[in-house]
Design a protein around this ligand. Structure first.
Ligand SMILES: Cc1cc2nc3c(=O)[nH]c(=O)nc-3n(C[C@H](O)[C@H](O)[C@H](O)COP(=O)(O)OP(=O)(O)OC[C@H]3O[C@@H](n4cnc5c(N)ncnc54)[C@H](O)[C@@H]3O)c2cc1C
Length: 377
């Protein structure tokens, strides 16, 4: 039987950030992931700069041996409509490859990395957890993404959840594809669906191309993706097909998710807790921040991992990400007909100030929210 103080299930950005936040807490922290790293993860790989500063990662240090694509501009619009360009004279974001980024975070986390194994069994015995009949721990942190099995332990997880569904392909372009790709590396492209229930993206990171589309509406996702790719070709953005390399995944948005984030001896972080930003779907930053906040609570709990003690984590999340996360219309119970929402949305997407100030800076860059400050050690 292996023993550890804290077992983190999942070695993605949430799990490794939590371990990194605990590196000086004097605890034996172990990470269990079902996959051997480096591993692929379905994701656009766009990160805001706050992610790097929160984890103390220097860009020069990371760029050495890893793809780190600076972003200085955006091309936006709606699928089938006109496009707007928004330029910044500075780097406002980065593109990374999840295969590289997640391995890098995991290796520097300071945690003990257990042999790859899926969490298959979890038993409670005398205030401790017995995991897979082979690991004993007092605290389990669920960081296994949207389908994290630890999330089933916190009783309030509803049986039906309104998740974002998305498909994406990332591949290295050959010479012919490079010649037929008009996406510029420093200028990712974002195109909203005509009904404003989702958006597609094309993102070039050096010679890697990432194309995908996510929607809040779970019906006919493949048709939306196929139509988006056809439109990209007809609009001359790419000259080749990508449909055979698309992979799908799902995740929950903060404010839509109703998962209970802590209980006796359990915390949920990242996608396991359902924390992605509502408007952009950015989930890496909330995964990192929730991992760091969880670490703060674990370190401060001094071995008391009761439900009451861990409840401080939910309060920190609410302080950081806001209360229910509902917009004004949902709070007032106002439901605009989708044709009207679509028409208003398409109109706004043609308005330069709205795209720059609201869509890009507020929703996608979160430039009004500075990096999470770490408590002094
Ligand atoms: C198509 C798509 C595009 C996206 N694009 C972006 C983007 O550009 N920028 C952004 O910020 N966010 C994006 N997101 C969201 C982002 O990918 C997630 O929010 C983020 O990966 C959450 O990190 P995490 O550590 O919580 O979970 P994950 O990254 O999912 O990591 C979970 C880990 O747990 C492991 N695991 C799962 N089950 C088990 C088990 N039973 N036992 C042991 N280990 C297990 C997995 O192997 C994995 O390594 C996108 C999501 C999708 C679907």
């Amino acid at each position: 039987m292996d023993d550890c103080d804290v077992l983190i299930v999942g070695g993605g950005p949430a799990g490794s950030s939590c371990a990194w936040g605990l590196r000086a807490a004097g605890l034996d922290v172990a990470i269990l992931d079902r996959q051997r790293f480096p591993r692929d993860k379905v994701c656009g790989g766009w990160i805001t700069p706050q992610v790097l500063s929160e984890l103390g990662i220097g860009t020069d240090e990371y760029a050495c041996g890893h793809v780190l694509q600076p972003i200085r501009a955006f091309r936006t619009g709606w699928i089938g409509g006109p496009m707007l360009e928004t330029d910044y004279n500075q780097i406002v974001s980065y593109g990374i490859r999840r295969r590289e980024f997640d391995e890098y975070l995991l290796r520097r986390s300071g945690a003990r990395i257990l042999s790859p194994a899926a969490l298959a069994g979890l038993k409670r015995e005398n205030g401790e957890w017995i995991v897979n009949d082979s690991i004993r721990t007092r605290l389990v942190v669920g960081a296994g993404g949207h389908f994290c099995p630890v999330a089933k332990l916190t009783a309030a997880k509803p049986s039906r959840e309104n998740a974002v569904v998305a498909q994406e392909a990332e591949f290295e372009m050959d010479e012919a594809q490079q010649a037929g790709c008009r996406i510029q590396p420093e200028r990712p492209e974002l195109y909203f669906c005509a009904d404003i229930k989702g958006y597609g993206w094309c993102f070039r990171k050096g010679n890697f191309l990432n194309i995908g589309l996510g929607r809040l509406d779970q019906h006919r996702l493949s048709e939306h993706v196929a139509a988006f790719v056809r439109w990209l070709k007809s609009a001359g953005r790419i000259s080749f097909d990508i449909s055979s390399s698309l992979l799908g995944h799902a995740y929950l948005l903060y404010g839509v998710s109703e998962r209970k984030v802590s209980d006796d001896g359990v915390l949920l972080i990242g996608d396991a807790a359902g924390l992605a930003y509502k408007q952009s779907g950015e989930g890496i930053r909330p995964a990192v921040e929730s991992g760091l906040l969880a670490a703060q609570v674990i370190a401060g709990a001094q071995g008391n991992y009761s439900r009451e003690s861990l409840a401080a984590y939910g309060r920190l999340l609410a302080e950081r990400f806001g209360g229910s996360g509902k917009d004004w219309a949902s709070r007032l119970g106002v439901h605009l007909p989708s044709a009207l929402t679509g028409a208003i949305g398409r109109r706004l997407l043609g308005t330069r100030w709205f795209v720059r100030d609201v869509v890009i800076e507020r929703w996608f860059l979160h430039s009004n929210q500075s990096a999470l400050q770490q408590p002094a050690r």
